[in-house]
Design a protein around this ligand. Sequence first.
Ligand code: DCP
Ligand code: MG
Length: 351
Amino acid sequence: MQRKIIHVDMDCFYAAVEMRDNAELRNVPLAVGGAGPRSVLCTCNYQARKFGVKAAMPASKAMKLCPELVIVPGRMQVYQQVSIKIREIFQRYTALIEPLSLDEAFLDVTHSTQFNGSATLIAKQIRDDICAELDLTASAGVAPNKFLAKIASDENKPNGQCVVTPDNVSKFVESLPLKKIPGIGPKTAEKLSKQGFISCADIRASSVGSLLPIVGKFAASLYQRSFGIDHRALETDRIRKSLAIETTFAFDLSCIDECEEAVDDLYKKLLRRLDNHQHRVINKQGIKLKFNDFTQTTVEQQSAYCNEKLFKTQLLKAMLRSNTRDIRLIGLTLGFSDDKAKDNTQLSFAL
Ligand code: DCP
Ligand code: MG
């Protein structure tokens, strides 16, 4: 079956977060890293890139290229928190996520149902969500495999996306310079070019045997990649054991009607999210309440379905523990067993 893979990569990630959080840094060439003479840059914004400044460059060299460069220290904890939020956005569209770093991930949306399964529109929506909710821009590549998606996400950076449809694979790869292939560093690219291999078209015209002396064990996959072939599955960090959705209210809730209404909304969202988990077997469901003193309580029980009535019963039980405290957050959770659904019975929600 033809797969649909999205590679999402944030634009000048650390620098973008710093620009977002400090207006004074927005219209200057900016780098994140140590400012000492012997330190190197983690990244820089696009304004600084115009001067030739780039990641991993010594700060001293960067300052020579761009004397107005502003260098700020990194705030890893903030980047990590943003990364968690980005991943939460991904989870709205698929459970199959392979994070590569704080700012990039592969998503397999082959079985996602949103936008009639259009990976192009899902990628656009993910980028729009990131922009609206986190005030940061991301770029995306959409393709039938990881190799092509990763290269495509770089094509229209920043704040752009590139789609490689199955029909376009051959054309897209043909003229691809070999140094753009992940795994081919500057040294290998140089070795290949000395033997006359510059683009994928050159590799296609050769054979695995003639590549072996140059790139060793990478020969077979390089040959495949030059035709746009990559069968690698996503390496998701763990099989999801649960699906959770929650909301913190702008104003704390005090009455049962308001809470039930909130559960209705959350339940609808949960069902939409569940669309992407049709192959999972539900074995538990539960509710979480956080009170205005920030303590929380949960009610959980076994359940084979995503059952709205049961959430409401659980809500009542949890509210009995409120002792007149108002409610600042409600969350709904579904637990999954390790089994795979044998058929589509998951779809029959008990209402
Ligand atoms: N990073 C780092 N050191 C490097 C490269 C990157 O610390 N040598 C950090 C800083 C980057 C983040 O990782 O912001 C993401 O790396 P990317 O390669 O995706 O680079 P950017 O997101 O900064 O820029 P781009 O817009 O090219 O993706
Ligand atoms: Mg990036």
